[in-house]
Design a protein around this ligand. Structure first.
Ligand code: ZN
Length: 71
């Protein structure tokens, strides 16, 4: 697993971050659909995304940015 510190644009509107488990579930499901990503863990309270993937860093950045996640 590769651990990445990220900022999630939609989390800016999460009041007091109490609903971040919903962000986690959504992102985990969405990223999990990518054929290039074997496994994914998301923890938005810690602003952390962990990916098991063969993608290089440029491609990872692209996949994340498509979803409003910035490294
Ligand atoms: Zn959130």
């Amino acid at each position: 697993m590769r651990d990445l510190a990220v900022t999630y644009m939609k989390c800016q509107s999460c009041a007091a971050k109490v609903n971040c488990h919903e962000c986690d579930a959504y992102l985990k499901d969405d990223l999990g659909r990518e054929k290039t990503i074997d496994a994914v863990e998301v923890n938005m309270k810690q602003k952390l995304v962990s990916l098991d993937t063969e993608l290089d860093m440029d491609d990872i950045e692209e996949v994340l940015e498509d979803r409003g996640l910035f490294i």
